[in-house]
Ligand binder design. Structure first.
Ligand code: MN
Ligand code: MN
Length: 329
């Protein structure tokens, strides 16, 4: 990283957390990529939604809720901004109603981040944005592993005769060769399907799939261990669809499925990934209009905070020759 300024949130002992413009965690808003290790990026797009709409307001909702977050993560023991210079990049450009044009713009914006070595934390947006995210990451890093937390596999072939929706991005990603499927894993699938093949299709594409029923049988620690085994030392993208979480804890989402995980369990899953070689991540499918008391936005902001903490730990160990490890990108 360049020897320029380091970016961190406003000091909440000097100005209250409810004050100021709503950037993520009260971070500076700029696009100074050479001086940023991590950029929080909004992708305010919901043209891919097949049921409810409104995820275009997800980034704004998550940013507003994120003002409550503090910089130290006691569970992971990391003072995030001691290790990372972080900006709120603002939003990548989108064209509402035009998915392929939006994909080009989202992908181009994110590719610039990857090329500069700035790791993106993308705030969605419906899950269709995962395809341009993965295109951008793969353009720089080559085929990458995917860890997807989601009630749905999002590997359907098409909806309404269209190839690009929030139910299809990971099938497209496999077809485009963006993923190292042998290192990729989908966790949390549950709820009614169209047919039995819906889950098997994912496995045939090469993904390991762990359904919610299976997690409930074997437990969260063993599931985390399976994820870590699967990914190994591959470069990995983590995609967190908030419908992974039960609608009691995440009601503000596009396609809710009952019988999911609690917010606490979701934190455990994300923390369990600490030490993996993250090259990018997202938190998607937050629909503020369906989100009483900002329940889902708080959850999503906290998931993003866990991911950020994990990146800080990764960076801390990479800088410590005693620990070894690989630099982020
Ligand atoms: Mn999804
Ligand atoms: Mn989903």
């Amino acid at each position: 990283m360049a020897e320029g300024p380091r970016y961190r949130p406003a000091n909440s002992f000097e100005t209250p957390r409810f004050s100021g413009i709503r950037t993520f965690m009260r971070l500076p808003h700029n696009q100074d990529l050479p001086n940023s290790d991590v950029a929080v990026v909004g992708a305010p797009f919901d043209t891919g939604a097949t049921f409810r709409s409104g995820a275009r307001f997800g980034p704004a909702g998550i940013r507003a809720a994120s003002h409550l977050l503090r910089p130290y993560n006691p569970s992971l023991g990391v003072q995030v901004f001691d290790h990372l210079s972080v900006i709120d990049y603002g939003d990548v450009p989108v064209v509402p109603g035009y998915i392929e044009e939006s994909y080009e713009r989202i992908g181009a914006g994110l590719e610039e981040l990857h090329r500069s070595g700035t790791l993106p934390i993308v705030l969605g947006g419906d899950h269709s944005i995962a395809l341009p995210e993965l295109r951008a990451a793969a353009a720089v890093h080559g085929p990458i592993a995917l860890v997807q937390f989601d009630a749905h596999a999002d590997t359907w072939d098409s909806y309404f005769g269209k190839q690009h929706t929030h139910g299809t991005p990971f099938r497209r990603a496999v077809e485009e060769g963006l993923l190292d499927t042998g290192r990729s894993i989908q966790v949390g699938m549950r709820g009614s399907l169209y047919e039995p093949a819906d889950i098997e299709d994912s496995r045939e594409m090469g993904f390991e799939v762990i359904t919610t029923d299976e997690v409930r049988e074997t437990g969260i620690p063993s599931t985390i261990e399976r994820i870590r085994q699967r990914v190994g030392d591959a470069k990995v993208y983590v995609s967190f669809d908030v419908d992974f979480v039960d609608p009691a804890y995440a009601p503000g989402t596009g396609t809710p499925e009952i019988g999911g995980f609690t917010s606490r369990e979701s934190q455990e899953f994300v923390r369990g990934l600490s030490g993996l070689r993250l090259v990018g991540c997202d938190v998607v499918e937050v629909y503020p209009a369906y989100d009483p008391a900002e329940i889902t936005a708080f959850l999503a902001a906290n998931v993003a905070h866990e991911l950020l903490s994990m990146i800080a730990l990764q960076r801390a160990s990479a800088l410590d020759p005693a620990v070894g490890g690989d630099s982020v990108g």
